[in-house]
Write a protein that binds this ligand. Sequence first.
Ligand code: URA
Length: 245
Amino acid sequence: MRTTQRLDKILAHMGIGSRTEIRKLAKSGAVTVNGRTARDSGLQVDPYNDRIEVRGNPVQYRKFVYIQLNKPQGVVSATEDNREKTVLDLLDRKLRAFEPFPVGRLDKDTEGLLLLTNDGKLAHELLSPRHHVPKTYFAEVDGPVGETEVKAFAGGLVLDDGYLTLPARLVVLGQGETPGTSRIELTLTEGKFHQVKRMFQAVGKRVLYLKRLSMGNLVLDRTLGPGEYRELTEQEVNGLLSSRS
Ligand code: URA
């Protein structure tokens, strides 16, 4: 089936420029569709089947974008904010043109894996409480953490608002860098507000450092430094789809 859209909409989506810029670009003769100069940016084009070129460079259309960001501390997981720097501010203009949004939230002081996409259906399914998509965190916690806590987390904990969490898998890795602290990994299958911090609070401990390592089948790329990002591979996107249980 042939599904068409305005040429300027397609090019704006692909991050080529604003609608006004694209209108000028087309007028100047820089855009071709199936080898013919397209001076009218309102031309109806099939982005999947028509061959679009800008200054001789093919435009490979795609609807969705999937990005993994190693979120640094100090930025908020929002698309816009009047005062704070957001995770969207870290992306380049081309990726921002796809209008991605963060799938769930990490606190301002939490680091690690944040998925950004414009695929609302996938985001909804990953976040849906029905699917219990596991998320694993690394944390440094004030004080000793041992078998008592492992058992308590496995049984579910009552948070400050009376909510009983689902069972969570706590693994004690050892002592933290600072004397008297512990390093742990925690896997949750739900995502309540500040859940990791509040679960430790429920056992009288404080989280000093928090980093998300994975979400479903998607694992943080260890080569990404804080603030760095990359698009997911096709395999990673397919893996995410099968993260739902
Ligand atoms: N749990 C928290 O407490 N903070 C996060 O950012 C994520 C999970």
